[in-house]
Design a protein around this ligand. Structure first.
Ligand code: SF4
Length: 403
């Protein structure tokens, strides 16, 4: 189902818009310089929205100053405030902060308990209506409304054929999100200013939760855009693979309007890795293009792996370094497909399928590397610097195709 298109600062999200990439800073928001630095870094890496935590008075005071610094740099980056526990208090006490943010994320699981929860939630929504700010109702398995969950667990235990605890949890996640969205609309929030997420840390459960949410929204005729994320995905390869599996399944079914890949960075790692991961995921699914796609084989005993790996690395690096200039100069260059292959087994086939490709000679083949362009052999390289020659051919192809 087509979702609503929502204006978030200078950016539109949902509807026919591309799947938006977002990320979150991990600097203390009160540290203005560090936070501005990281926001800019994330934005330059490709994060179209950046979320910052607003957890106390100092962070609240910092938000308008952060916004001002970004404006001085002429960077209109959509900023999202992340609120837990005390959002109703901070948003009342710091109107400049409320105004400086482009969207607020609220967690219905921790806005308060019992009667207080509805009162606090109502206060936040009234302010969002007053400031005309879109909100994300961000339900998270780790902070789900425990009263709702306990009620649903008890009801399930008393029926003849109870469903599993995991299924109850998923249903509770979706119910919490839908109830909160419905309450927000009753308070006065426009449907077209609401985004929803139901994040969980287990891939299968998270996928089921979003599928159920998508189904229920269809039944209700509601078109809230969905923010996808596998929460607490972990670090390194584990986090990348888990997030890609979860988000990939949903995006491939047309579910999701904006994504975040929540990676735990290594102590020496870079926060922008999560943005790069989002870009790679969207590009590999054919949903967006950011940079030329380089297809390369894994290499095996049939080729000189050192030479092959070095060529693949050099060409990738060359493309990365040139892209800032190329994307300004050559429209559509990000859609180019390059192949770098290790031997005659799959080399010519993959190279012909790419826009431009090279098939290196395997260990027992005649020492000739062949370059293909648009499916046709254009050059055979022997006794020369293969890397330099291939890079020259790539540049020539770009100049002839995208200028
Ligand atoms: S293309 Fe050749 S070198 Fe590359 S993995 Fe296949 S068989 Fe091995």
């Amino acid at each position: 189902m087509k979702t609503n298109s929502i204006q978030i600062g200078s950016l539109q999200l949902g509807g026919e818009n591309p799947i938006r990439i977002q990320s979150m800073t991990n600097t203390p928001t009160a540290d203005i310089d560090a936070t501005v630095g990281q926001i800019v870094e994330l934005f330059k890496a490709g994060s179209e929205l950046v979320r910052i935590t607003v957890n106390d008075s100092k962070a609240s005071e910092a938000v308008p100053l952060i916004r001002r610094k970004l404006e001085e740099m002429k960077l209109m980056i959509p900023l999202i405030g992340d609120f837990h526990f005390n959002g109703h208090i901070l948003l009342c006490r710091f109107p400049e902060m409320a105004q400086a943010l482009d969207k607020w994320r609220i967690n219905p699981g921790n806005v308060g308990m019992g009667k207080k929860r509805d009162e606090n939630f109502e206060k936040i929504i009234q302010l969002a209506v007053q400031y005309e700010k879109p909100i994300r109702i961000g339900v998270n398995a780790g902070s789900l409304d425990q009263e709702l969950l306990a009620k649903m667990m008890d009801a399930n235990a008393s029926i003849m054929v109870p469903i599993s605890d995991e299924e109850v949890l998923i249903e509770a996640m979706v119910k919490s999100a839908l109830q909160s969205a419905s309450l927000a609309e009753k308070i006065g929030m426009n449907e077209e200013n609401i985004i929803i997420s139901v994040k969980m840390s287990e891939v299968k459960s998270m996928v089921k939760a979003y599928e159920l949410l998508d189904k229920k929204l269809g039944e209700l005729g509601k078109a809230y855009p969905l923010h996808l994320g596998l929460t607490e995905a972990g670090s390194g390869i584990q986090g990348l693979v888990s997030s890609s599996a979860a988000l990939g399944i949903l995006l491939n079914k047309g579910i999701g309007d904006t994504i975040r890949i929540s990676l735990t960075p290594s102590p020496a790692g870079n926060r922008t890795d999560e943005v790069e991961a989002c870009k790679q995921l969207l590009q590999s699914l054919g949903l967006r293009s950011f940079s030329p796609k380089v297809t390369s084989c894994p290499g095996c005993g049939r080729t000189d792996n050192k030479r092959y790996q070095e060529l693949a690395e050099e060409v990738k690096k060359y493309i990365e370094e040139q892209m800032p200039v190329w994307k300004e100069k050559y429209l559509g260059v990000e859609n180019m497909k390059v192949a770098i292959m290790g031997c005659v087994v799959n080399g010519p086939g993959e190279s012909k399928a790419a826009d431009i490709g090279i098939s290196l000679p395997g260990s027992s083949e005649e020492p000739v590397a062949e370059i293909f362009q648009n499916g046709v052999s254009i050059k055979k390289l022997k006794d020369c610097d293969i890397s330099q020659e291939f890079k020259k051919s790539i540049l020539k192809y770009i100049q002839n195709t995208y200028a």
